[in-house]
Design a binder for this molecule. Sequence first.
Ligand code: FES
Length: 123
Amino acid sequence: MYSEKVMDHFQNPRNVGEIKDADGIGEVGNVRCGDIMKLYIKVGKDETIEDIKFQTFGCGAAIATSSIITELVKGKTLSEAVTISNKDVAEALDGLPPVKMHCSNLAADALRAAVEDYNKKKA
Ligand code: FES
């Protein structure tokens, strides 16, 4: 049912954990299943994402999408990072089963929430 990439990121998730002095934190819940994801970003020079970590209390697809999104945006600027859609996340994992597409929203939404939090703190 899952691609090899999904299984890899589910079994060996990258960038799991917490950034204690994060510049932005995004926390979102999935209304369809009740799963929760928290994402931390550390922003460096030129608004580049220097570090990113996540904690997910969710299904395998939520873990895999969280993991891949950290790889997709590390080193990108905030404005580049917020253009990543849930479709991009699913494509980077070589696809997700249709019933699991909503899980990929969690990662993309948490990232946007973290960037919003950073912008709010900076203002
Ligand atoms: Fe909840 Fe996948 S079933 S995020």
